[in-house]
Design a protein. Structure first.
Length: 233
């Protein structure tokens, strides 16, 4: 490679290249020295890595509570409001063989554990047997009037497949368990971590010990924090 000066006093870089048979040397213009190619390539790679790292679609969600969802009355809300509580996330349906037993048990669970930082979070879904065909208003009226449910309910969503709600995609990816029918249940800890999933055949009574364990851990953590801030005597 050499710097040459043309007739008008301008400079250019040239590098030598052999033809395929290695017999004739040809001159190929280069816009800048090869020594600059390495740092430029490094900058390009760094730029690509930064783009991938900070692209919104690639950012990792901070648990279940980091998502936003639409409630049963059409208002967009952040699940952050439930951070610090234990949650049982359920895909519900109004016309399923499991409807009566599950709605009754879920409401009893809400009454029993609700005062202690716990919530059932119900997401209506019509993907299984088309057993949730009604509008959000009809679904809410059915649940409130028939079972007097007091736990939070959300807008009807898809819970599996490419069109699944992002919050449910997180639950599926975390537990490796995808709903195959109505009334699948996902236990989420106070930090938003999905702990375990149960299918429709598992009763609420069978799940209670896991909820109790999470509630006990939450209580112990609360007591520890109180001791840390309490004045020493």
């Amino acid at each position: 490679m050499a710097m040459l000066c043309d007739g008008e006093g301008r400079h250019r870089w040239e590098c030598s290249m052999l033809d395929p048979e290695g017999t004739v040397e040809r001159k190929v213009d280069s816009p800048f020295p090869k020594v600059l190619l390495i740092p430029l390539a490094m900058l390009l790679v760094l730029g690509v890595l930064l783009f991938v790292a900070f692209s919104p679609s690639e950012q990792k969600q901070d648990g279940f509570y980091s998502f936003k969802v639409v409630n049963i009355r059409g208002k967009l809300i952040s699940l952050e409001k439930y951070r610090g509580s234990v949650s049982l996330v359920v895909n519900v349906a109004s016309e399923c063989g499991y409807t009566d037993s599950h709605y009754k048990a879920l409401q009893q669970l809400q009454r029993e554990f609700g005062p202690y930082h716990f919530n059932v979070l119900a997401f209506p879904c019509n993907q299984f047997g088309l057993q949730e065909p009604g509008s959000n208003k009809e679904i809410e009226n059915f649940a409130r009037k028939t079972y007097s449910v007091s736990f939070p309910m959300f807008s009807k969503v898809a819970v599996k497949g490419a069109g699944a709600n992002p919050a449910f995609k997180y639950l599926i990816e975390s537990t490796k368990e995808e709903p195959t029918w109505n009334f699948w249940k996902y236990l989420v800890d106070p930090n938003g971590k999905a702990l375990k999933a149960w299918d429709s055949t598992v009763t609420i009574e069978e799940i209670k010990p896991y909820i109790t364990e999470q509630e006990w851990e939450l209580l112990c953590e609360s007591l520890d924090r109180q001791e840390e801030v309490s004045p020493q005597h």
